[in-house]
Design a protein around this ligand. Sequence first.
Ligand SMILES: C[S@@+](CC[C@H](N)C(=O)[O-])C[C@H]1O[C@@H](n2cnc3c(N)ncnc32)[C@H](O)[C@@H]1O
Length: 327
Amino acid sequence: MPRSPDSYHDPVLLRECVDALVRGPGLYVDGTLGGGGHSMAILRALENGGWLEGSLLVGIDQDDEALHEAGTRLAAYSGSAVAVKGNFQDITRLASREALQKGMEPRARGILLDLGVSSRQIDRAERGFSYMQKGPLDMRMDSSAPTTAADLLNEADERELATIFFRYGEEPRSRAIARAVVAARMKLGRLSSTEELSDIVRSVVHGRQPAIRSLSRVFQALRISVNRELDVLHRVLEDGVSLLGAGGRMAVISYHSLEDRIVKQYFAAQSKSDWGPKGVGLREPLSRGVLVPVTRKAVVASEDEVRVNPRSRSAKLRVAEKTGGVQ
Ligand SMILES: C[S@@+](CC[C@H](N)C(=O)[O-])C[C@H]1O[C@@H](n2cnc3c(N)ncnc32)[C@H](O)[C@@H]1O
């Protein structure tokens, strides 16, 4: 069943996220509010458990349209939910401010990060995220951010561009595509449309492999670079863990291997105790891990979900719990 054209975004792994996160009243933070699908499900679960009183859901997004959409939906739970504009790299500051205003301890019981862009952002040609639509080379999730994809493409030198395509898109033809971008901007002047970039990529990969894969990798790479997605992911993981109360849980859904690797490695590193150098034979570790993995392996969408929502095909959910027992 295709996605309804009216729907802003079909939330992925919804039941799995809610079941892992909602286990009692407290502060819940959705760092990627989007259309509010996950947030609404968290609020409903709190309501069904009789935990709405004593709870606050803080939804954060850097996209004004998302805030407008989700803000309207969350209004049904006013008093228990608030939508806040910001980057999730500032999760502790943003969520603590809202919690303290409500007279709550700034200690989160649950944090959700559903990474990347929403279906609405991709569907809107004027946002420039999709190679399937003609639009400006923008790709900013936060439209007030200073650097667009066009700025990067026109100002970075050939080496920087090749590094972006390779590092963030794992594109095997990264150097040839970077060379073609530089040649095209010398010929055309400033590159400004998704169509121009698509033509450049097609001209390089033509006849070698399906162009669609390279298009998807190059557009992903630019988007990651414009929004500094991997940098802010590192930051939110650290900041988020410090915001969690004892027994609180963090759930992260990622959509490509670069993100998933960061989450997996961070959760693993934070789950390890430090026993000092080998052979010292300590009775107690120097420091104990601050997280316990809840999901040993990443949770993926069922075949049924993938059929209904193809976007869920690449989703991987990982959940970890802060040590120290239930709040
Ligand atoms: C996959 S969508 C989330 C969809 C949401 N879970 C739902 O059910 O509708 C990701 C959202 O997170 C936002 N986002 C991505 N990175 C962000 C960041 N660093 N800070 C704040 N918002 C971010 C995007 O603007 C987008 O609206």
